[in-house]
Design a protein around this ligand. Structure first.
Ligand code: ZN
Length: 79
């Protein structure tokens, strides 16, 4: 079920506030489906000051996700 509030997932890399080594910050999920098996889409914010893109990414990708705009990552998902 999709809700309105964003919450953390269960793993370390799905916690709100987690920042991966590519400087992509997790802002949580409201239960929207991702596009990989059994995955939720998480709201992510690129931390590069000239970018700051907000986009959606599968929970399983968060540890290595690249920004779609400034790092050549895959297109963002709905979140
Ligand atoms: Zn970026």
């Amino acid at each position: 079920m999709e809700g309105t509030t964003f919450h953390s997932g269960t793993g370390k890399t799905t916690q709100i506030g987690y920042v991966n080594r590519r400087n992509q910050k997790v802002l949580g999920t409201r239960g929207a489906p991702g596009n990989d098996y059994l995955q939720y889409s998480y709201k992510v914010e690129c931390q590069h000051l000239k970018c700051k893109l907000v986009y959606g990414a599968n929970g399983s990708d968060l540890y290595q996700r690249k920004c779609p705009r400034c790092q050549g990552g895959r297109p963002g998902l709905k979140y």
